[in-house]
Design a binder for this molecule. Structure first.
Ligand code: NAP
Length: 252
């Protein structure tokens, strides 16, 4: 039975992934990380109650507790088999508006915490093999004027994933990187406040892709940065179809 650590599990994509993975037969222990204890508990409430779910409230800008949390998890369950680095921070600013504080927080959450968690987890994972999945962004793959710190931090995460995939292959550890496009979450609202979130990809769509990546042991996609994107027209059509169905059921 596998043990899985997920950062950023209090909301958005991380919550959707935690819920989805809790339904899998091969995962019994799920360790969820984020700052907001109330929202972490809400994620737990939405998960399969038959699983062991452990919550840790921690601030990834500090990183002090990471070593202890991973050690406790490894000791309690005999290993760590899956790591999902989902937590992310965005404060979109242009070069001249970017403060050192913004730059540091962005890199601490989006890059440094991934380095720290991964380093501790690999101490366990190298005994059994495992899978690590990093959530980067399409913002790390091309220019995003006005999002300097966020976009460059995601580019760094994509690069880290490539290197770690090569470096950790000898231990039977596969490293995946996914780069979602626009997805309906709080973080996306910070980046695009005026967007209608009912017309873009939902966190559950990303969770489904992540679940299938982690499902197949032979999948030859490790080391790749995979874009997860839904065409806007798909959602428009879906909303129109649902509205039509509702109208028909009312008149029927
Ligand atoms: N939404 C999109 O359009 C989109 C597109 C591409 C990539 N992504 C990436 O997807 C990932 C998930 O983001 P999301 O869109 O689901 O956003 P979200 O709903 O805002 O969730 C962000 C998560 O990161 C955690 N987090 C942020 N700062 C933290 C800190 N200092 N310490 C601990 N945890 C922290 C938050 O938990 P607490 O606040 O409780 O600490 C929360 O669980 C991120 O890496 C993001 O960059 C999102």
């Amino acid at each position: 039975m596998k043990t899985c650590i997920i950062s950023g599990a209090s909301r958005g994509i991380g919550r959707a992934i935690a819920i989805q993975l809790s339904e899998r037969d091969d995962i019994q222990n799920l360790v969820l990380l984020a700052r907001d204890e109330i929202e972490l508990n809400e994620t737990k409430r939405l998960m399969n109650p038959d699983k062991n779910i452990v919550l840790y409230s921690l601030d990834l800008t500090e990183g002090k507790q990471i070593e202890e949390i991973v050690k406790d998890t490894g000791d309690r369950y005999g290993g760590v088999h899956l790591l999902l680095n989902v937590a992310g921070y965005a404060e979109p600013k242009s070069l001249l508006e970017t403060t050192v504080e913004n730059w540091e927080t962005t890199y601490q959450v989006n890059v440094q915490s991934v380095f720290l968690i991964t380093r501790e987890v690999v101490k366990w994972m190298k005994k059994s093999g495992g899978k690590i999945l990093n959530v980067a962004s399409t913002a790390g793959m091309s220019a995003r004027p006005g999002w300097l710190a966020y976009a460059s931090s995601k580019a760094a995460l994509i690069s880290m994933s490539h290197t770690l995939s090569d470096e950790l292959a000898e231990y039977g550890i596969k490293v995946y990187c996914v780069s979602p496009g626009r997805c309906a979450t709080d973080l996306r609202r910070t980046l695009a406040p005026d967007e209608d979130q009912s017309k873009i990809m939902q966190p559950e769509d990303v969770a489904e892709v992540v679940d299938s990546l982690l499902s197949n042991p032979g999948l030859c996609l490790d080391g790749q940065n995979m874009v997860i994107r839904q065409q806007p027209k798909f959602y428009q059509n879906q909303v129109e179809l649902e509205t039509k169905e509702q109208n028909e059921s009312v008149t029927a």
